[in-house]
Design a protein around this ligand. Structure first.
Ligand code: ADP
Ligand code: AMP
Length: 215
């Protein structure tokens, strides 16, 4: 099963993608997590990506596509995966489609987690992220068991540099301009499923599993 998560930054794609990955036994592939791991490790890729990320811009397609295709070519992806934060542009989606076609494969579901912009700004300010294992929390909606500490790996939780309100506004503008057209792209392929992302994370997950289990 190959799944693409769509939605604005902060809509809950990562939160849901991790649950999907766990329930269906497929890897969670987040381009944002891959970039953050590279930044943390001081690689050249990380240094280049950081210049865009800190400004709320997208990392260029060429670089992003390369790291994504490398990742999904790994053995653990052979029975499917859930993509979180990729594709973010039509050219990215077209390259992915082209690569899948060569293998006689396709994206089975594009899950659009729908949340209005007003809710997003509030969510991002409260988001706390673990840069070690990629887990995310929200100070009030989804708090960790111990304040400031990751439930999964015990590392310290941080406010991401790009979650500051000014950057969030820029990221939302970039989303509407470059990423939202993917809703139409996957709708035309007949694989788009939209869920209400404003309800509790548990209820969003139930709506998603209903879709995945019925189809
Ligand atoms: P994305 O991956 O789309 O950028 P995240 O999954 O990191 O978004 O979620 C953004 C923030 O909102 C996080 O702090 C997360 O804990 C919180 N969150 C996720 N889903 C919900 C929900 N259904 N209700 C309230 N807060 C949520
Ligand atoms: P995310 O963790 O998905 O919110 O991504 C954080 C940041 O990483 C984005 O704001 C972009 O700067 C960059 N990024 C992640 N995925 C992509 C992508 N598919 N295309 C371009 N930039 C990306």
């Amino acid at each position: 099963m190959k799944i693409v998560m769509l939605g604005a930054p902060g809509a809950g794609k990562g939160t849901q993608a991790k649950r999907i990955a766990e329930k269906y036994g497929i890897p969670h592939v987040s381009t944002g997590d891959i970039f953050r791991a590279n930044i943390k490790n001081g690689t050249d890729l990380g240094k280049e990506a950081k210049t865009y990320m800190d400004e709320g811009k997208l990392v260029p397609d060429e670089l992003t596509v390369r790291i994504l295709l490398d990742r999904v070519a790994q053995d653990d992806c052979k029975n499917g995966y859930v993509l979180d934060g990729f594709p973010r542009t039509i050219p990215q989606a077209e390259v992915l489609d082209g690569e899948l076609k060569k293998l006689n494969e396709k994206i089975d579901f594009a899950i659009n987690v729908d949340v209005p912009d007003d809710n997003i700004v509030n969510r991002m300010g409260g988001r706390r992220a673990c840069l070690k294992c990629g887990a995310t929390y929200h100070m009030t909606h989804l708090p960790p068991k111990t304040e400031g500490i990751c439930d999964s790996c015990g590392s310290e939780l941080v406010l991401r540099d790009d979650d500051k309100p000014e950057t969030v506004k820029k990221r939302l503008a970039v989303y509407h301009e470059q990423t939202q057209p993917l809703i139409d792209f996957y709708s035309k392929q007949g694989v788009l499923k939209t869920v209400d992302g404003t309800v509790d994370a548990e209820d969003v997950f139930r709506a998603i599993t209903d879709i995945l289990d019925k189809n």
